[in-house]
Design a protein around this ligand. Structure first.
Ligand SMILES: [Zn+2]
Length: 81
């Protein structure tokens, strides 16, 4: 009888550990989808940069993200030419 209680107790502990591990995993997955960590592609040099540190430029009502000011200027020149 005591052994049964012990096994049930261990199963409950294992269940809670597993559940919190899954929750933590999901939390991390969600974090990568937040705006801060979102990767954006530079349309000029095709490089991927984190949106947080990218150079944002609003051109023609649309926001574009660049790795540097140089790429943003190049893009604007390309559009105007
Ligand atoms: Zn670039």
């Amino acid at each position: 009888m005591y052994r049964l209680i012990l096994i049930v107790g261990l199963l409950v502990v294992a269940y809670f550990l597993l559940r919190s591990a899954i929750r933590e995993f999901r939390g991390r997955k969600d974090q990568t989808l937040t705006d801060k960590n979102l990767m954006v592609q530079d349309p000029v040099c095709r490089m991927y940069v984190p949106r947080e540190s990218a150079v944002a430029a609003s051109i023609g009502g649309q926001t574009y993200y660049f790795c540097s000011r140089d790429c943003a200027d190049t893009f604007q020149k390309q559009l105007s030419s």
